[in-house]
Design a binder for this molecule. Structure first.
Ligand code: 2P0
Length: 327
């Protein structure tokens, strides 16, 4: 049994150099959250004919197929062909731009590693989690995390590693939920379409290393203004890239745009806050702890904001006891 939390990229991952191995065209930097989680139990049962997968109490054929493919990586490492019973649940809406695949596959690899007694290192877990969903590579670790794009064709160097512990710079995150519907175009398809049709793809790749260096330095120096500037820049650049695909990928709704405007207005008034938005309509406002109540109130005030969820930064994937799992 394991738990992992979603992460939010501040310097975005968008685009694959190898779709089968989930190798990214760019590195990325993220923060791992604490209040949102996936909890997963994996039990390999030699008598089972096929994997049995329950996600949030339901079975979904497409998701079960992805879970089985991920379990295959673990079975390969262990040299077994046992099928498994998998039970997994999230305490937040699935598939709405809150990175449920990141926490989901990080938790699955962690729980599967324990169940098969593979004793993989965190780096090895990160490589396997990446193959199941790119951003899952980052949720193996807590706090501030960088995922390297790597150079090797087999992807063994495309692995995440921690930059700074969560406690060393405990920023807060207010997530404005503006829709609970599943997104229209998933990230994998969105990335494929972007790479094939967006005229900005090469500029995106060429400018990423500089953004990563700026963000890394801002994090290590705990320089909020510098991190705010580079994070909003990376977010808007990713969306500009995707908007220029054919047909364009428009992940925002009206409330998403109003949230971004409100965050910028607050920062203009001296409130330490910045936004980021992923492949969905939710807006994540990252702020210094003393500003979080004001930020939440401002976001709640916006028409179309259904809820505002607050979280801090948290730890990486870890094992759970039976009591923790059922709590
Ligand atoms: C990120 N996103 O860096 C970027 C920014 C969304 C926008 O990683 O195809 O679920 O499994 O590798 O990791 C979401 O994409 O995609 C994502 P796959 P994933 O967080």
């Amino acid at each position: 049994m394991a738990q992992a939390q979603p992460n939010i990229a501040l310097i975005k991952y968008w685009g694959k150099r190898d779709a089968a191995l989930n190798l990214p065209v760019v590195g990325s930097i993220s923060i791992t959250l604490d209040a949102l989680w996936t909890r997963t139990r994996v039990a390999f049962e030699p008598g089972l004919e096929q994997d049995r997968v329950s996600l949030n109490g339901r079975s979904d054929a497409a998701e079960a197929k992805r879970v089985s493919a991920c379990l295959d990586l673990l079975r390969q490492r262990a040299g077994v062909n046992w099928r498994a019973a998998v039970d997994s649940r999230n305490n937040f809406p699935t598939a709405a731009g809150l990175a449920s695949s990141a926490s989901g596959f990080a938790a699955l690899i962690h729980a599967g590693d324990s169940a098969l007694r593979l004793n993989l290192s965190d780096a090895e877990k990160s490589v396997l989690a990446r193959r199941c969903s790119g951003s899952a590579a980052r949720s193996v670790f807590g706090g501030y995390v960088e995922w390297a794009h790597g150079k090797l064709a087999d992807g063994t160097d495309s692995v995440a590693s921690p930059l700074l512990e969560a406690d060393a710079w405990p920023l807060r995150v207010a997530v404005a939920i503006t829709s609970t519907a599943a997104k229209e175009v998933g990230s994998s398809e969105g990335m494929r379409r972007t790479a094939q049709t967006s005229p900005f793809q090469s500029a995106w790749i060429e400018t990423q290393e500089a953004d990563l260096a700026t963000a890394r330095a801002a994090i290590l120096a705990r320089d909020f203004a510098a991190l705010a500037a580079i994070s909003e820049y990376s977010c808007l650049k990713m969306h500009a890239l995707a908007l220029a695909a054919q047909p364009g990928l428009l992940y925002w709704n009206g409330a998403s745009v109003e949230c971004m405007r409100r965050v910028r207005a607050l920062r203009g008034q001296g409130v330490p806050v910045f936004f980021t938005v992923d492949a969905g309509p939710q807006v994540k406002a990252i702020c210094e702890p003393q500003a979080v109540e004001q930020v939440k109130a401002a976001l709640r005030d916006i028409p179309g904001v259904l809820d505002v969820v607050e979280t801090g930064l948290g730890a990486g994937a870890r094992n759970l006891t039976e009591a923790e799992y059922t709590a």
